[in-house]
Each structure stands twice: as structure tokens, then as C-alpha cells.
Design a protein around this ligand. Structure first.
Ligand SMILES: C[S@@+](CC[C@H](N)C(=O)[O-])C[C@H]1O[C@@H](n2cnc3c(N)ncnc32)[C@H](O)[C@@H]1O
Length: 274
């Protein structure tokens, strides 16, 4: 504990930082313990100091500890994946509600899986579904696969690919498509906290911000989504109305769901029978 006391003595810190330091110290102890056999030169204090430095550079705690909570489960995360957000649990609750009213849902596609938190949570809730999930980033897929392994999800298939490639997942169709795509525009950046700069920009930014939604809707109409199938998006409160407009001509039962802070966070719709 000498190193922790040293840091506590040499910095002006508030109660939260004291808590954070104690927590970082326990993480350093764990990493030190794990690495002892191969990295003999890395002392516990060295690991602790580097974690504290990163903490002061606003690296999110979840990256420092390598895990994040989502729907009461701990997911492995690293700098290649978006940190699962509490807001995204709104999407999970909404899918559960849709399934309560429509037991025909048996197959699902997720676009942009990241850590895999959405597909894996749904796989645990609906182990009989056939779930396909994809991401453009091979590093993100590695994390998602590790998480799926951790939670013994045997009904998920992972695909690497780009949503905008014409032949991507051709000739497949599903009862449900979900996505929390990149949707932050450059002009919203100033309203974001510093932690966001440590998250992968490929997971966050879209220019124009609606391009992922428009493409998923186009692919859904052209075959990805079965008749009467559901499309469920996470979105920002700023783009919920434009997405609603994009959905109007081919979808019905358009619903908007609000997160815990009463902001519009999820939009869903049912494909009209053609
Ligand atoms: C906002 S993150 C969502 C991650 C996770 N589903 C969640 O809710 O925490 C968007 C994900 O889309 C992936 N992505 C970005 N561009 C893509 C593309 N063109 N095709 C497929 N996936 C893409 C990113 O790598 C990232 O993992």
C-alpha cells in the first residue's frame, strides 16, 4: 500500500479521486499479479502510476479496468470498442416488449456489434433465436467473440464486413434488425465529454449523421427484413424525427422509446406487408 499512500499524499484530491485511486490500485495489483511471470521489470508502482496518468488524461475507467457493466453483466472492453452505455438498455427492454407481442421473431441481425453487448444480452434472453451480428472492425469482433465465449452464447454468428459494401450479407433475411450505429456529427463534438476522445471514432462519427440509418432502412426494404419484421434503432434525440421520416413510406407502427433521462433514445418500426 506504500505506493498508494505516496500518490494520495502528493496530489490534491477529492473524495471521488481517492476512491478512483484505491480502485486503480487494486487493478494495478491484479495486473501486476497476472504479468509477474512474463514482465518481471514492471513493478506494481509502475503499473499504478501509468493507470493514474491515463486516468488524469480522461481515459474512461472502463478502459482502465478492461470491463463495463451492461444489463447486469460485465463485458470485456478495450479501446477498439465503444463502452456499452446505460442508454442502450432501452433498446433491450424494447425488443423484449416487441417479443412479448410477437413470438414470430426467431432471427435477428445486428449491424455494428462493437463489444457485442446488445447481441449477447439478447442471446441470453432468447437462446432459441438465430442471431447474426457484424462489424467492420476485426479488433471489435475479437472483443465481441470473447464476450460471447464468456457467456456461452452458441446462437450467434459473427461476420466481418462493411454495411456499405453491395454484396455484404446478400441473400439473407431476418425477422428483426437492430443497430446502434455511429451517429455523432462533428458539430455535436463540443457537447461531448473528454472520455469520448478515447473511444474509436469509427464507432461514433457519421457524416452525414443519418447515413447508417438510411442504408440499413434501404437494405431492410430490399430483402434483409422479412415482411412484418421489425427494425429497432438506437438514436440520438436530435435525429429521431428525421429517422421517423425515413421510415414512413415502408414501415408502420413507428414507436419512440425514451431513456431514463426522458430523452428519445430508441425508434422502432414494423415493415409493411408488400
Ligand atoms: C456505436 S457502436 C455500437 C457498438 C455496440 N453495438 C453498442 O451498442 O455498444 C457502432 C459500431 O459500428 C461499427 N461500424 C462502423 N462503421 C461500420 C460499417 N460501415 N459497417 C459495419 N459496422 C460498422 C463500429 O466498428 C462500431 O463497433
Amino acid at each position: 500500500m506504500r505506493s498508494l499512500r505516496y500518490i494520495l499524499r502528493h496530489r490534491k484530491i477529492d473524495e471521488f479521486s481517492t476512491y478512483a485511486y484505491r480502485w486503480l490500485y487494486s487493478r494495478a495489483q491484479y495486473l501486476h499479479h497476472r504479468s509477474q511471470s512474463h514482465i518481471i521489470s514492471k513493478s506494481l508502482f509502475g503499473i499504478f502510476r501509468s493507470l493514474v496518468e491515463r486516468y488524469h488524461c480522461h481515459v474512461p475507467m472502463e478502459y482502465l479496468c478492461g470491463s463495463a457493466m451492461f444489463c447486469n453483466r460485465l463485458f470485456i472492453v478495450n479501446q477498439h470498442v465503444l463502452i456499452p452505455r446505460r442508454d442502450s438498455e432501452t433498446l433491450i427492454h424494447h425488443v423484449q416488449e416487441l417479443y412479448r407481442h410477437n413470438h414470430d421473431i426467431q432471427s435477428m441481425l445486428e449491424i455494428g456489434t462493437g463489444s457485442g453487448c446488445l447481441s449477447i444480452t439478447l442471446s441470453r434472453l432468447f437462446p432459441h433465436w438465430k442471431i447474426n451480428t457484424c462489424d467492420i472492425s476485426p479488433s471489435a469482433l475479437r472483443v465481441a467473440r470473447s464476450n460471447a465465449h464468456l457467456y456461452h452464447c452458441h446462437n450467434i454468428q459473427f461476420h466481418r464486413g462493411n454495411l456499405f459494401d453491395t454484396h455484404f450479407l446478400e441473400n439473407t433475411s431476418y425477422n428483426l434488425i437492430i443497430s446502434n450505429p455511429p451517429y455523432v456529427s462533428q458539430d455535436q463534438l463540443s457537447a461531448c465529454n473528454y472520455g469520448i476522445f478515447h473511444e474509436p471514432s469509427i464507432a461514433l462519427f457519421a457524416n452525414p449523421p443519418l447515413k447508417f440509418y438510411a442504408e440499413i432502412i434501404r437494405r431492410a426494404i430490399n430483402g434483409w427484413l422479412k415482411d412484418q419484421g421489425y427494425l429497432v434503432f438506437e438514436c440520438s434525440p436530435f435525429n429521431v424525427i428525421p429517422i421517423q421520416e425515413l421510415l414512413k413510406s415502408h414501415f408502420e407502427q413507428i414507436e419512440i422509446r425514451y431513456d431514463e433521462t426522458h430523452l428519445a433514445r430508441v425508434i422502432s418500426a414494423k415493415r409493411k406487408q408488400e
